[in-house]
Design a binder for this molecule. Structure first.
Ligand code: GLN
Length: 300
């Protein structure tokens, strides 16, 4: 509980109190980052203003909002669910419980697709329709739509909540995306016809039961399991289905780009090879882990 200071609640004092009361992380850098994010998003006080105007007095309702946020943070709730917003590839993305929080690694997948389409000589693929399978917050589809205004972008998800948030994010970022509900595991979508897509991107669930021991409480306790977890005995369940659908929907020469489980890069590449894909490549993420693959549907 914050005890108001005799001189009033200056932003400097309250900021120090907030940071030192955060028990959800032991890293000082992370405590500062979370505190700055909360001050910026909930109170509209960015770090530079705190430095230039340290004596600004916070109101009782500001302190109340901070106290409630602190309680949630100390129960390991992700800061992005408290502020309701995050940034992905330089664009604002709204999130809420039930929707996976975009990860910085996934920005690299967007950059890979971006480079691939820029270098593409086949005009049908270069300007072709892009599909994001399992779009969640819409982050991949929206980041691509902001880079490729000429391409049609489609995005699907099994979750109604995610699709609502994704549609809202598309409006927020002023991009036009065709969203539709779809269960990847069922072959029932009438939204797509054979050989109609230039490119497919996906970050499907890939975390196994045994990977859970390495994961943080804020992910395990708060993020949607259906966007993260796969059965231990069948971790490539979504990739098999994506390989099948991608082979059907891609224009010959078109590619599928995927985020993957770093422990299963060999198996995932082999899966796509066995389903007829060519030019299979793997890329590492910022943490030097095998994190993405690309596979091309052969020309004939
Ligand atoms: N990389 C995410 C995590 O570690 C998982 C994303 C996914 O399953 N697609 O939380």
């Amino acid at each position: 509980m914050y005890k108001p200071h005799s001189k009033g609640n200056t932003v400097l004092e309250v900021h120090l109190w907030f940071k030192s009361s955060l028990t959800c992380t032991e890293h000082p850098g992370e405590r500062s980052a979370i505190t700055n994010e909360i001050f910026c998003r909930l109170l509209g006080i960015a770090a530079d203003r705190r430095v230039t105007e340290p004596d600004v007095i916070l109101s009782a309702s500001d302190i109340d909002r901070l106290t409630k946020a602190l309680e949630r943070l100390n129960k390991y709730e992700p800061v992005q669910y408290i502020t309701g917003i995050t940034e992905f590839d330089g664009i604002p993305i709204h999130v809420r419980p039930g929707v996976l929080i975009p990860r910085p690694e996934t920005e690299e997948l967007v950059r890979w697709v971006n480079g691939h389409l820029h270098d593409q000589l086949n005009d049908r693929i270069r300007h072709g329709t892009i599909l994001d399978m399992g779009t969640g917050s819409g982050c991949i589809a929206i980041a691509l739509a902001s880079r490729f205004s000429g391409n049609r972008i489609k995005a699907c998800d099994i979750s109604k909540v995610s699709l609502e948030v994704a549609k809202h994010n598309a409006l927020l970022n002023k991009v036009d995306i065709n969203f539709f509900i779809c269960d990847l595991m069922k072959d029932n979508t009438s939204e797509l016809s054979p050989s109609s897509l230039g490119c497919i991107v996906s970050n499907p669930p890939y975390v196994t039961e045994s990977d859970k021991s390495e994961m943080a409480r804020n992910v395990l306790d708060y993020e949607p399991g259906e966007a993260l977890f796969v059965p231990e005995n069948d971790p490539l369940i979504f990739y098999r289905q994506i390989a099948k659908k991608a082979f059907e929907w891609l224009i010959p020469g078109g590619c599928v780009f995927l985020e993957i489980n770093e422990k299963l890069s060999g198996e995932t590449m082999h899966l796509f090879e066995s389903r007829g894909f060519a030019d299979i490549a793997c890329r590492r993420d910022i943490h030097d882990k095998d994190r993405f693959i690309r596979a091309r549907k052969p020309e004939q």
